[in-house]
Design a protein around this ligand. Structure first.
Ligand SMILES: [Zn+2]
Length: 172
């Protein structure tokens, strides 16, 4: 895996503990204001690695069949209760030539394509992308009703922020 940039932020409010989190897709390490450069060098990489390991758990993986299974699972868990009609049959496949979008859905044919870049995302973000495209099967546009469906996934807002952060970083 490529080393990710980590923004080091010093906080006067923190006296001892360090913490790592993501903000708009970027890694941020908050360290005590008084920490020395040496302490930061010693402690931050380990924390970042632990954070990344935790984040990568549950990544979307496997072939088209595994992708389809995951989509069905997610639809049952997060969409079914909010749907007025059952989800129509659909086909979902990995797409290697989809660099600019994470996923696409052609509601008329029930065809969903998922960029294989999604394999690199944390599982909870990848799941959001799948749910987003699944919701397009019944709501082709980003209507209020569409967002109502997507909101059944508790981490929808966070995942959108995460993806926007990546797009922001990519376009700089
Ligand atoms: Zn959409």
């Amino acid at each position: 895996m490529e080393a990710e940039q980590v923004e080091i932020r010093r906080s006067a409010r923190r006296s001892r503990t360090l913490t790592v989190f993501r903000e708009q897709g970027r890694l941020v390490a908050v360290v005590p204001a008084r920490a020395t450069g040496q302490q930061v060098d010693d402690l931050v990489p380990g924390l970042v690695n632990r954070f990344l390991a935790k984040e990568s758990r549950g990544r979307v993986s496997g072939g088209d069949e595994a992708l389809h299974e995951r989509a069905i699972e997610l639809a049952q868990r997060y969409l079914a209760d909010r749907l007025r009609v059952p989800l129509p049959p659909f086909r979902i496949v990995w797409a290697a030539n989809q660099r600019r979008r994470w996923g696409s859905c052609t509601a008329a044919t029930g065809q969903i394509r998922i960029s294989d870049r999604l394999r690199q995302l944390p599982g909870w973000v990848g799941d959001y992308v799948l749910l987003h495209e699944l919701a397009h099967l019944v709501e082709p546009n980003h209507s209020a009703r569409f967002w109502e469906l997507v909101a059944g996934y508790p981490q929808a807002e966070r995942a959108r922020g995460f993806l926007e952060g990546i797009e922001f970083a990519d376009n700089r």
